[in-house]
Design a protein around this ligand. Structure first.
Ligand SMILES: [Zn+2]
Length: 315
């Protein structure tokens, strides 16, 4: 995905050709002072601040803008990725609140509150549906099929979260605490949930990255942080921790206590990193909204004319 940075200068130097004297046909705010440069020559300078028009063009134009496939329903896709990312983060934070309440020794909240993580994970799953086919056209790509599986994987995840939060936990089983408080059913459920989340993350990743490629910055690798892959790897810590706790339940004595405490540390670390990773995904998605709703400017948009030698390209 990390391709070499595209050639910097979309405006070509061809003496005598129309390109040079071309006036800016579209709205183009100056990169420094936001003055609208529309109607000026590409060789001119900004009348307000003196910045060369060409500098603004280079700053705002995405050389690949005209090759990006159009998004069919930009606002739906934008809302979808926001629900997808922030729903997941919300579910994680809600779960943290439960753990913190337990650690303080207060009694666990009951009723509809216990459904919070399940509902927010559901919001995330609904939002993820936009990743199945974010672009126009009905072509079924491998990325679309993977995203479909990713969305379907939300169903077992919601079921197991429902089981943990409304059936297991309200009867007094706590996430962190002495070994005697651990419960095999809960640990197995957590293992299953971690596997679901990993499957969802990896299955949605191809199309999420394709969508992120709409951002010039993300495509050129300058802000690419491999957020989703990191998220999936962090889950390994949680799986290790829960497995170790399960193993410790079969043992007796000091070794078992130690193993259980190490396991809890692993789970805690994994959960912290997972939450941090979700913050990263939310931040990436929030940044993408602008790119999706307002597509990047191409040279054609700025100049307001059609360049014949590039227009024939079919995607
Ligand atoms: Zn200016």
């Amino acid at each position: 995905m990390s391709e070499s940075p595209p050639p910097a200068a979309p405006a070509r130097e061809e003496p005598g050709r129309t390109t040079i004297a071309r006036e800016l046909g579209g709205n183009l705010p100056c990169a420094r002072c936001r003055y609208n440069l529309k109607g000026l020559s590409i060789r001119a300078v900004c009348p307000e601040c003196g910045l060369p028009v060409r500098a603004t063009v280079l700053a705002v134009v995405d050389p690949k803008a005209h090759e990006l496939r159009p998004v069919r329903y930009p606002w739906v896709v934008a809302a979808g990725i926001i629900c997808w990312s922030f729903g997941a983060l919300g579910a994680a934070i809600w779960t943290w609140v439960f753990s913190i309440v337990e650690l303080t020794g207060a009694s666990r909240p009951l009723g509809w509150v216990t459904l919070g993580p399940v509902l927010l994970a559901g919001v995330s799953g609904l939002g993820a549906m936009v990743l199945i086919r974010p672009h126009a056209g009905g072509v079924s790509t491998p990325g679309s099929r993977a995203a479909m599986l990713g969305v379907l994987a939300y169903i077992p995840l919601l079921a197991v979260l429902y089981y943990i939060h409304t059936i297991v936990d309200p009867v007094g089983i706590v996430a962190y605490g002495p070994k005697a408080s651990s419960d095999a059913g809960r640990l197995l459920s957590r293992l299953f949930a971690a596997l679901c989340i990993a499957a969802i993350t990896l299955a949605l990743r191809p199309n999420a990255r394709m969508l992120a490629a709409r951002s010039f910055l993300m495509r050129s690798g300058r802000t690419d942080r491999q957020t989703l892959r990191a998220l999936a790897s962090v889950l390994i810590l949680c799986v290790l921790g829960d497995s170790l706790r399960l193993g410790a339940m079969q043992l007796e004595g000091g070794a078992a206590q130690l193993a259980d405490q190490v396991a809890q540390l692993l789970v805690l670390l994994g959960s912290v990193l997972l939450t941090g990773g979700l913050v990263g995904v939310c931040s990436d998605c929030a940044r993408l909204v602008g790119v999706i709703v307002e597509p990047p400017l191409s040279v054609l948009d700025v100049l307001g004319t059609v360049e014949p030698q590039r227009g024939a390209k079919e995607s």
